[in-house]
Design a binder for this molecule. Sequence first.
Ligand code: COA
Length: 254
Amino acid sequence: MNTILVDNTAGVMTITLNRVEKKNSLTSAMYAVMADALDQANADAAVRAVVFQGHETIFSAGNDIGDFLNAPAATNESPVFRFLRGISTFPKPVIAAVCGPAVGIGTTMLFHCDLVYAGDNAAFSMPFVNLGLCPEAASSYLAPQLMGYGRAAEALLLGEPFLAEAALEMGLISRIVPPAEVAALAQRQAQKLASKPLSSLIETKRLMKKGQATLVAERMLEEGVSFGRMLREPAAREAFTAFMEKRRPDFSNT
Ligand code: COA
């Protein structure tokens, strides 16, 4: 079964995370498909908006932890970095439909979406520290900017989740609806965007993002170097092994 589904209908590319039995955790192969899909959507003038969606019960449990354990040394061309570069610089509108947990990159990718519609069951978290890691996707820059330092510290240092209401208040998401209605709302909004002049959408998005584009790219690179190093260090190895063995991690020797 395809773990990422890509559909092109009426000017909208819909990318569906489809690995529900593993809580839509993301493997290298899945990032590669999503990065390729974004490249294709960028190049194809017929695609005017992109929608990311998961399942009504789970958006994504973040990076596959088994993949983290076995990952080869990350390079700038690793699928995850290709995906993050692709989504953070994507010129056309990107919408996300989010229900249930959105963990790690499941939350940080949303910083790069233009419209996020969430179910009232959505729960966002960035537990990088709990995994012996550091933020990615420029979240160390964008989270404090969006949430204020205090709430970002709770989210990034403690790894505490926040719910849809808090995400709405801080402007990470645009609207909360019942989970069964999220995907349809995202599609309706995407169709509205697809009927507007693409050149105006692209220029408006570029202008809105202009102030932060360089800072985001620089921070993402810096985070990537640290993240790649920390993946191999004892704290992360212990966290990943503990997850696989379904036990609590012991960081006393790290
Ligand atoms: N990587 C690999 N496998 C994962 C996973 C991940 N990030 N998240 C969940 N899974 C797997 C579980 O190992 C389990 O597999 P199994 O059925 O073979 O045992 C299956 O998905 C179901 O997960 P489970 O934890 O039983 O579901 P839940 O509903 O109790 O909890 C989550 C859902 C998302 C809260 C929980 O799975 C979780 O916290 N996952 C890890 C999140 C994380 O730390 N991600 C990395 C962020 S950088």
